[in-house]
Design a protein around this ligand. Structure first.
Ligand SMILES: [Zn+2]
Ligand SMILES: [Zn+2]
Ligand SMILES: [Zn+2]
Length: 445
């Protein structure tokens, strides 16, 4: 544990032994919802191909009203300004600039799958970063090398640049990629991949997590990850984050086993394990209608905390088991998004209401995805209200109600990513519109 980031752990967090994982990070105090439990800088980050040229390769920001400047060496890296460029050059790019274009065009890179290319670039960047440091003297790299490797050994892709790092060491770095690296997002849209060793070292997974991960972008700095409490966390309680979307109710067990090398024992997995095989949802309309009515009623009576969070599987109606089938969620989301922008809005709102109930069942309280969905519901209800010719005020009431709930949830998560166009800003704008305008003076959002 010496010379690693663990030495700088805040007083409010403790690392304790865990029965199956290596350690668990527990709280030493009571945290209220929305508290930032930890803030850690990225060791290295790589942008998704679609983001190249739109975001700064150093700070990953998307500057407004300002064009990015290209590296004159390779013409393939973009920066806000010379500060970002200098930081990136000194810490890593100097080692990759000359070889980058040849490497990128080579068949050894082009023949890789999209996710392997991201890994290859991240691995190259990590090696470039390491070779700029005195190896072993950097606490983040020690922490990264102290992480458990993934369950399946995969040969590393060939990398960009030449380094005095042995093949074994590169293999050792790469073996920690699949189960430890993060997809970084801004307003819940992924923009790149990053390595955050301390976060990987500290937090175990739960499908009903009490904390979530967000990304903070600041000028001339590497991306920071913040771990935010979703609900009140009591002293000695383990702090867990979701490694994958918990909505992958049927496939997640296999992902945990193959990619991460563990079996999840969270309340949600235990709950589903007790109830057994998930049947197919009904295909015909009357049966589907009965099912959605039943689901909505069950969730209405469930209270604030999901039965998948409390683990109360006794008394769960067996007819509802099929709502955990991944196609049920997939079909509902598709139905909602197909008509939430252009209409028919009543169809969107009906599917969206069922989806809200399902989200409240499968996600923990204050989970950001519930808030994002409620914001979409509010926008759809607003659109319906703007379009309606009658004096029916019900859509406006629905928009206000969904917006209030969305605001409550997303305020806990707080702002992340790009400073412009976030969901909190959208909530504010729609809130003003709903308060101030009558139906016939506004425009569709
Ligand atoms: Zn920048
Ligand atoms: Zn360059
Ligand atoms: Zn689980």
């Amino acid at each position: 544990m010496s010379a690693s980031d663990l030495d700088s752990l805040p007083q409010t967090l403790r690392l304790k032994s865990h029965p199956s994982a290596r350690d668990r990070c527990t709280s030493a105090v009571t945290f209220s919802p929305g508290t930032i439990l930890l803030s850690v800088p990225a060791l290295v980050t790589v942008l998704l191909p679609a983001q190249k040229g739109h975001r700064c390769d150093a700070c990953n920001r998307q500057p407004q009203n300002q064009s990015l400047k290209r590296c004159t060496g390779c013409a393939s890296y973009w920066y806000c300004d010379t500060i970002c460029q200098n930081v990136h050059w000194k810490t890593q790019h100097r080692k990759m600039c000359k070889d980058y274009n040849l490497y990128y065009a080579s068949s050894r890179f082009q023949n890789l799958q999209a996710h392997e290319r991201m890994d290859a670039l991240l691995l190259s960047t990590l090696c470039a970063r390491m070779s700029q440091l005195e190896l072993g003297r950097d606490s983040s790299i020690s922490t990264f090398l102290s992480l458990l490797p993934g369950p399946i050994e995969i040969d590393p892709p060939s990398i960009c640049g030449r380094y005095s790092i042995s093949a074994d060491q590169i293999k050792s770095l790469y073996s920690r990629f699949g189960n430890n690296n993060f997809s970084m997002h801004s307003h819940f849209n992924v923009f790149g991949h990053g390595i955050f060793p301390l976060a990987s070292r500290l937090f175990n997974h739960s499908c009903m997590p009490n904390a979530a991960v967000k990304y903070i972008l600041s000028p001339s700095q590497l991306v920071r990850m913040e771990i935010v409490a979703l609900r009140q966390i009591m002293p000695d309680e383990e702090i867990c984050i979701p490694y994958i979307d918990p909505a992958l109710l049927q496939t997640r067990a296999q992902i945990f086993e193959l990619t991460y090398g563990f079996n999840c024992n969270c309340t949600s997995c235990t709950f589903l394990g007790i109830l057994g095989r998930i049947p197919d949802p009904p295909k015909n309309d009357p049966e589907l209608q009965n099912l959605t009515n039943m689901l909505e009623e069950f969730v209405r009576n469930m209270g604030e905390i999901s039965v998948l969070q409390t683990g109360q599987s006794r008394g769960f109606p067996s007819q509802l088991l099929c709502v955990f089938h991944e196609t049920f969620l997939g079909d509902l989301s598709e139905k909602f998004s197909a008509s939430s922008h252009e209409g028919p809005y009543d169809i969107a709102l009906k599917a969206g209401t069922t989806l809200t109930a399902l989200y409240r069942l499968i996600y923990p309280s204050n989970y950001p995805q519930i808030g994002i969905h409620l914001l979409e519901m509010a926008k759809t209800a607003w659109n319906q209200w703007m379009q309606a010719n009658s004096d029916d005020e019900a859509p406006k009431a629905l928009a206000l109600q969904a917006l209030t709930l969305a605001r409550g949830i997303l305020t806990v998560f707080g702002s992340e990513g790009d400073e412009h166009n976030g969901p909190l800003l959208e909530i504010q704008t729609l809130g003003h519109l709903l308060q101030r305008r009558d139906r016939h003076s506004g425009t569709e959002t």
